[in-house]
Design a binder for this molecule. Structure first.
Ligand code: HEC
Ligand code: HEC
Ligand code: HEC
Ligand code: HEC
Ligand code: HEC
Ligand code: HEC
Ligand code: HEC
Ligand code: HEC
Ligand code: HEC
Ligand code: HEC
Length: 297
């Protein structure tokens, strides 16, 4: 990261400003900004002088806010890079410029697919989620991350409260167990290469391959499950038998209600017992039994 690159509008490195600041350091800012809301940053990894890649090895506050000698001399003049999320005393820099500052040090790893991601496309700033001056960044803390996400994704708040849900509200899981907010190779910002990869990271026993696959399972868990929540047990999109019948209309043994005239091949009463195809087809995710082709064992 070259610090001088952030001298917005400057074609040439501003070495005078750099030398000036190298002498002054964070202390020169904190003489005026000695508030808890600003000082919180000093408790974070960003303020570590031990990490040679960090902002505090060289230009301290100005690694992010840009060379701001003018502001230090006259508080009515703006800092070079004003982020959104503060008191917004000065007009903030474009989202692109704000993010360039962060990406200058954080381009790789989880951010490899930031460019072109849904969030980048929606013009989100890194600091729409991250709280840089807080000792504990809200979005990195398990207990508070969800509140950041559902602040914008309201419909997920409701879904997570349905009867059947992943234990997100209970604090045992977070959105980022399944999503990479910075972008990914899949639709919907999933952490895995596919929906199934994402799910079987935890539910390994459903991964297969099975001797007898059930096609919709290998195709995608979301054929039958809603990951965010459902009124039906087990996060199912529909109750059985309707769930099964939404695809299996007329199998060898009809899965629909029998009229009084028909002689059912296996037995109507049995097949609809407890509305449960699962009483017999218990291996709905696939079977490894030699004679499990009908997913019954
Ligand atoms: C890692 C980048 C980074 C560093 C280093 C940094 N800041 Fe910030 N600063 C930000 C961001 C981003 C915001 C916008 C608000 C937020 O996300 O916390 C901000 C906001 C502010 C605000 C406005 C806060 C408010 O509540 O009005 C002040 C003042 C400020 N920074 C001063 C400083 C000072 C002084 C230092 C050095 C001690 C510093 N910053 C170091 C990124 C940084
Ligand atoms: C002479 C006192 C003084 C010095 C030195 C100073 N500032 Fe400021 N700064 C102010 C005042 C006053 C404001 C406007 C009121 C406020 O937001 O706190 C301000 C505003 C800001 C803001 C905008 C806050 C917002 O969101 O509205 C940022 C960011 C900031 N300063 C960063 C810095 C950084 C970084 C340094 C060091 C390079 C620095 N300041 C040095 C007095 C100072
Ligand atoms: C000068 C380089 C530099 C800049 C600029 C910078 N960071 Fe960092 N950041 C680091 C380093 C180094 C670490 C600590 C090691 C790591 O986690 O990679 C870090 C850590 C973090 C962490 C993890 C904190 C933790 O507690 O684990 C977050 C989140 C983060 N940065 C976000 C941002 C955002 C958002 C911006 C822009 C406002 C930004 N950084 C600007 C270098 C930088
Ligand atoms: C939509 C919310 C959101 C946005 C926007 C966002 N982040 Fe994050 N960030 C997260 C979450 C959630 C985590 C922690 C979970 C994880 O690891 O995926 C995180 C973790 C991080 C970390 C620490 C983990 C690591 O990779 O070392 C860094 C650094 C970071 N983000 C930088 C950035 C930068 C830079 C941007 C802007 C390009 C950005 N983030 C934009 C939500 C966001
Ligand atoms: C158990 C894994 C999992 C968790 C936890 C999770 N999601 Fe998802 N999310 C998914 C999957 C899988 C999809 C893709 C759905 C599809 O293909 O039908 C998705 C899709 C989405 C979508 C876009 C499509 C839609 O359904 O609107 C949004 C927005 C979303 N998730 C937000 C969130 C937020 C916010 C959280 C945390 C409150 C969260 N998710 C937690 C797995 C998860
Ligand atoms: C500042 C608002 C904001 C925040 C905070 C935010 N998002 Fe988003 N998110 C958006 C917007 C805008 C889009 C793109 C439009 C859409 O699909 O809703 C989006 C898109 C998504 C998508 C893809 C939706 C799709 O249809 O494929 C997922 C998944 C998602 N966000 C998850 C998250 C997670 C997880 C978090 C928290 C770590 C989060 N978002 C935080 C605004 C936000
Ligand atoms: C980070 C780990 C993790 C990931 C990833 C994950 N799950 Fe889960 N899943 C859990 C946990 C924890 C439970 C709750 C187990 C319990 O309550 O005993 C659960 C429960 C379930 C249940 C049963 C709910 C019930 O009512 O018993 C279903 C169905 C399920 N997950 C499907 C999925 C699907 C589909 C995906 C992918 C979109 C997925 N899971 C991704 C951890 C995960
Ligand atoms: C064809 C529909 C269907 C598909 C596709 C499907 N499931 Fe299921 N799943 C079910 C049904 C039905 C149940 C309820 C089983 C029961 O109650 O005995 C269930 C239950 C579960 C459970 C909780 C009970 C248990 O067996 O552990 C988990 C976890 C689960 N599924 C994960 C997954 C994962 C992961 C995928 C994708 C690899 C997936 N499911 C794909 C229909 C499906
Ligand atoms: C999204 C559509 C879909 C859903 C929902 C679905 N299935 Fe299937 N199922 C299929 C497909 C496709 C096949 C493969 C058919 C084939 O090979 O001819 C299949 C195969 C089967 C087989 C093996 C039949 C054979 O000929 O090999 C059984 C048994 C079965 N499903 C039972 C169920 C049950 C029980 C449910 C409800 C829990 C269910 N299915 C839900 C699409 C679905
Ligand atoms: C009483 C046990 C039982 C119940 C309940 C049951 N089935 Fe079956 N099903 C079987 C048996 C046994 C076979 C294998 C029949 C054969 O090989 O001729 C079978 C075969 C199937 C097949 C494969 C048919 C084919 O084309 O060869 C499908 C699909 C199927 N069942 C779906 C369902 C659905 C959907 C339900 C719930 C509405 C259901 N079954 C309820 C026992 C049952």
């Amino acid at each position: 990261m070259t610090w001088v690159a952030f001298h917005v509008g400057a074609a040439e490195p501003d070495t005078a400003a750099a030398a000036d600041y190298a002498q002054a350091g964070a202390r020169s800012c904190l003489t005026c900004h000695n508030r808890p809301a600003v000082r919180g940053l000093l408790q974070t990894t960003h303020a570590s002088r031990a990490d040679p890649r960090g902002p505090f090895t060289d230009h301290d506050c100005e690694s992010c806010h840009g060379p701001s000698a003018e502001h230090r001399r006259d508080e009515n003049l703006p800092v070079a890079v004003q982020f959104e999320g503060g008191a917004d005393r000065f007009p903030h820099a474009s989202v692109e410029v704000q993010n360039q500052v962060c990406l200058g040090c954080h381009q790789n790893g989880l951010r490899t697919h930031w460019s072109g991601s849904e969030h980048q496309f929606a013009d989100l700033a890194c600091v729409s989620c991250h709280d840089i001056h807080q000792e504990n960044d809200v979005v990195l803390t398990k207990a508070t991350q969800t509140s950041v996400c559902i602040g914008c994704h309201q419909e997920k708040r409701a879904q997570l409260q349905l009867r059947s849900h992943h234990p997100v509200n209970e604090g045992l899981m977070v959105c980022s167990d399944c999503h990479n907010a910075h972008g990914s190779v899949t639709e919907h910002l999933l952490i895995g290469n596919t929906v199934n990869d994402t799910c079987t990271g935890c539910h390994a026993e459903k991964r297969g391959p099975f001797l007898w696959e059930h096609e919709p399972v290998s195709d995608g868990c979301t054929n039958c499950h809603n990951p965010h929540g459902s009124v039906v047990d087990r996060l199912l999109t529909l109750r059985t038998p309707s769930l099964c019948q939404s695809c299996h209309q007329d199998a060898n043994h009809p899965s629909t209600l029998y009229s009084g005239d028909d002689i059912p091949p296996i037995g109507a009463a049995q097949q609809l017992l407890g509305q449960a195809c699962l009483n017999c087809h218990s291996q709905v995710h696939g079977s490894n039994h030699p004679s499990g082709s009908r997913l019954t064992r």
